[in-house]
Design a protein around this ligand. Structure first.
Ligand code: N01
Length: 873
């Protein structure tokens, strides 16, 4: 089976090194497909592989019970349509031998082995003279323009960190490098250390053979029955009906397997409905189906419903209640560590010769010549004949930094990644030109069906290499900005979920001393693919491409600059296909806002909410809603003006934001229902602002406020009313206003600023909508009046100190920025917060857009500061 690459593919360098266009490291599924594509594209390529044959992880992990846990119909190449006809899987979840045979079949069919050097391990790689020089343990050297790491995410076993391992005189096995001719445990006393996927798959089979089996468990895991067997006809049917559409659905999905995204919250349904959904999960036995509700990965309470369901199942299956309790995972949320699929795993603990040792209660003291010494309150020595280490891998980065890689200017990858991997899209890293990673950290990789992610990366890399060649360019490397912001995006996405709370290998937490960073991209393969496609479409955004003679194509920039949760909200809104507000009659638009507001999270509890009325500028009654803090009063008071373009909304429509401001600032918030256009056009809203502020100032004590401690605040058109109120109060000689907090304010009627152009159509508030608002509110000839466009006031000096918050993807951004600058120029103390990655609506989305929390906290902090400064010393 072993083959050597044909010399025809390579040439000799003067130094003795073999010259090729591309060196690929690893001949697993990634390296094999990469070789195929590069060959097809006409690049001379050598694949270096430490093993004696193809297969990668499936070559090494031959432990009993090893199989895939993605349905085999999904876990197979899609790039060779014939292959899909020629190969038939025998089971839902194929065994390791069958998957290895599949890899070998592909290698034979495409004659891949002729370009693979087996038994060859890469020891080091150095970038110089625009090429990589790659050194192997066989003493060979290769020089290549491109170096592709197809080294797998779970290929470097974790070094055993248990004292005395080397002293043991019995048999020692690692699930990650199992003997090729198998192991017979018949009649033996066996210890298995580790209860991750490898342990959970192998334990039931080892138990069938062994005389005694002791399982050493540090952390119990979530495992679901695999229900292995023949592939369900309906699934095959679905695939056969339209393989192209089926594969495309996988590529656009969340984890690389076709399926619907759940729409309901686990907390939104009845106990019976929830239970029946989880029973279905238990019956289905598919990783892609484990989270039947949309908040399992994000909401602790929702997650707990699944966690308790699994605990109940374990208690039903396992006879001994004490053992059952030990097997119930309680120290991490469900699905935050890699969940497992098993065949009779929990049932195995009902066998009389199987024992579970809880390493938290009884830690391993040391391994001795004959067995294992347990510590804890009742020390014990266990004699065993064989120890199986199922202790996992130095995942995702181990195989990459395990090789000595030196990039530009002598920098090593190990140093560059000392605080965790830094990549752009999980594909490349700054300082290491032409070094490509397949399913590297920062890409969906291990959170997906690997076949789908591998194929996407191989296609991307190959297309990139062709682009360089076709354009006479020699090197490609990400820009520092693009990389920094991608890493930030990956972290922000992970932080939206419960995943970083677990001590998992996703976090590098299983390897002592490894930086604690969430390694894969959790945004899903569909979203990730779109991002990569956009990078390419936008001229390889975020990359520098170098040609001969110093020619450079620099396309610096940030892909996906929206905050992760902001992007998610926009996606959900887009999927709903809602009509643009400005196309609706005003009553329908108002109704639409009321209905949408009804389903948002309510915001934090406050001490009290009181609804009342106050007189408007024309003597009519205006509604208000007062939010009182939980702390004893009296409190300072904020007159708050809601958003809605002077047309929509009411005193209660910014409820969550008002609660949040009240809770964080410790001030009474009085949200005013000022008159709306088109019924009451300009300057009704502006005049009502002043009337309301005056009334609130006069009635401060009655409202539970501190007289003289009044600030104004508002969002959007409400922020316009707030600052116009501050201006009018100054002109009118009262009321006294100690500060103003303006969130994404309308300050001017000019729509030609770049923010209007850049964000004209994109992010909830569009230019068309602003035109609709202005048209309803104000005649064109009045728009330049400072009561409509406060930026145009002749003199801003003497206004109360301000906090102005603007958002990057908001048409109103530039006029907000201009107002902050104008206030500052007029000598007004200004705190100006420019929020990157946010839209006009995102910062106010309390408990939805968590990345807006800091900005909201700063707004409250600003209010506290105004009140504090206004108290006479
Ligand atoms: O490794 P793991 P794995 N003393 O890290 C324990 C894929 N895979 O090889 O959780 C005692 O999950 C460790 O305990 P703790 C799949 O992605 C897929 O099982 O760190 N115990 C844990 O219980 C999977 O997630 C398939 O507290 C020690 C276990 O060892 C990934 O590979 C099959 C210890 C390690 O579990 C890794 O799985 C197999 C110590 N010193 C694997 N050190 C498929 O089905 C570690 N442990 C496709």
């Amino acid at each position: 089976m072993t083959a050597q690459p044909a010399e025809g593919n390579t040439s000799r360098h003067g130094s003795g090194a073999t010259e090729v266009d591309v060196v690929v490291v690893g001949a697993g599924f990634a390296g094999m497909y990469q070789l195929y594509r590069l060959r097809e594209a006409g690049f001379s390529t050598v694949v270096l592989e430490a093993a004696d044959d193809v297969g990668g992880t499936w070559y090494w992990n031959r432990y009993p019970g090893a199989r895939c846990d993605i349905l085999t119909v999904d876990y197979s190449y899609s790039w060779d349509p014939e292959l899909q006809q020629e190969w038939t899987w025998s089971e839902r979840y194929a065994t390791q031998p069958e998957i290895l045979r599949y890899a070998q079949f592909v290698a034979d069919k495409h004659d891949l082995r002729r370009d693979i050097r087996f038994g060859t391990r890469v020891e080091g790689a150095v970038w110089n003279d625009d090429r990589w020089t790659i050194r192997t343990d066989t003493g060979d050297e290769f020089r290549a323009q491109h170096y592709v790491m197809a080294t797998g995410c779970l290929s470097v076993p974790k070094v055993p960190d248990i004292e005395g391992t080397e002293r043991f005189e019995g048999e020692v096995y690692f699930t990650s490098s199992w003997p090729h001719d198998g192991v017979d445990f018949t009649g033996k006393r066996v210890a298995v250390i580790g209860t991750g996927s490898s342990g959970i798959q192998s334990i039931p089979i080892i138990a069938e053979q062994a005389d005694q089996l002791t399982v050493f468990q540090r952390t119990p895991n979530f495992s679901f029955p695999a229900h292995n067997g023949t592939i369900a006809d309906e699934r095959l049917e679905e695939y056969r009906r339209d393989p192209v559409a089926y594969r495309q659905a996988a590529r656009e999905s969340s984890i690389g397997v076709p399926g619907e995204r759940p729409e309901l919250s686990a907390l939104q349904v009845s106990d019976d409905e929830r239970r029946s959904a989880y029973e279905q999960v238990w019956r289905t036995g598919e990783l892609a189906e484990l989270a039947p509700f949309n908040d399992i990965q994000t909401n602790p309470e929702a997650n707990d419903t699944l966690r308790r369901f699994v605990h109940d199942k374990i208690r039903e299956i396992v006879d001994d209640p004490e053992v059952a309790e030990l097997l119930c995972p309680t120290d991490h949320y469900a699905l935050t560590k890699r969940p497992c699929l098993d065949t009779n795993y929990f049932q195995t603990y009902n066998l009389p010769h199987v024992r579970l040792v809880d390493l938290h209660a009884r830690p391993i003291g040391t391994i001795t010549e004959t067995g294992i010494d347990l510590g804890g309150s009742s020390p014990e020595h266990l004699d065993v004949d064989a120890i199986v280490f199922a202790t996992g891998f130095d995942a995702m980065t181990g195989a990459i930094v395990g090789v000595d890689i030196t990039g530009r200017d002598g920098i090593t990858l190990r140093d560059a990644w000392a605080d965790g991997p830094m990549t752009y899209l999980g594909l490349m890293t700054v300082g290491f030109p032409n070094l490509h990673m397949i399913t590297g950290p920062g890409s969906p990789s291990v959170l997906s069906n690997m076949m789908v992610s591998i194929e996407q990366h191989v296609d991307l890399i190959t297309d990139l290499l062709e682009h360089l060649r076709d354009n006479d360019l020699r090197t490609i490397e990400p820009t520092p900005l693009a990389q920094e912001r991608w890493v930030q995006h990956v972290n922000e996405f992970a932080d939206l979920t419960l995943a970083p709370t677990a001590d998992s290998w996703y976090m590098g937490a299983n390897v002592p001393g490894k930086p604690r960073v969430f390694l894969p991209y959790i945004g899903g393969v569909g979203r990730y693919r779109k991002i990569c496609d956009e990078v390419v479409e936008r001229g390889h955004l975020g990359f520098v491409l170098d040609g001969p003679d110093g020619r450079q194509v620099i396309n610096d920039g940030v892909i996906h600059p929206l905050k992760a949760d902001v992007a998610l909200v926009l996606e959900v809104m887009a999927e709903m296909g809602l009509p643009p507000i400005e196309t609706l009659p005003v009553p329908d638009a108002r109704e639409f806002i009321t209905v949408s507001n009804a389903v948002r999270p309510p915001g934090p509890e406050v001490g009290e909410i009181v609804d009342g009325t106050l007189p408007g500028a024309d003597g009519s009654e205006l509604t208000y809603r007062l939010y009182r803090p939980t702390t004893p009063g009296p409190h300072p008071v904020v007159a708050y003006f809601h958003g809605g373009g002077w047309v929509l909304g009411d005193h209660a429509s910014d409820d969550p934001l008002c609660r949040d401001l009240c809770d964080r600032s410790g001030a009474v918030i009085v949200s005013v229902g000022y008159r709306h256009a088109p019924e009451a056009r300009f300057p009704a809203a502006a005049d009502d602002g002043l009337a309301a502020a005056s009334w609130i100032a006069e009635h401060a004590e009655e409202l539970g406020g501190i007289p003289g401690q009044l600030a104004v605040a508002g969002w959007s058109a409400g922020a316009n009313v707030a600052t116009v109120t501050a201006q009018q109060a100054l002109l009118a000689g009262g009321p006294s206003i100690v500060g103003q907090v303006l969130l994404n304010p309308v300050t001017d009627c000019d729509m030609s600023r770049p923010s209007y152009v850049d964000n004209a159509e994109g992010y909830m508030l569009t230019k068309a909508m602003m035109e609709w608002f202005w048209d309803h509110y104000c005649d064109p000839e009045d728009r330049a009046h400072p009561k409509a466009s406060p930026l145009r006031a002749d003199d801003l000096s003497g206004l109360p100190p301000a906090m102005v918050v603007t958002s990057q993807f908001d048409p109103l951004r530039d006029e907000g920025d201009a107002y902050a600058a104008a206030l500052a120029a007029a000598g007004v103390p200004v705190r100006h917060l420019q929020c990157e990655g946010h839209t006009h609506t995102s910062l106010g989305a309390v408990d939805v857009v968590v990345t807006g929390t800091d900005a909201r906290a700063e707004m409250a902090d600003a209010l506290r500061g105004f009140f504090h400064a206004s108290v006479p010393a």
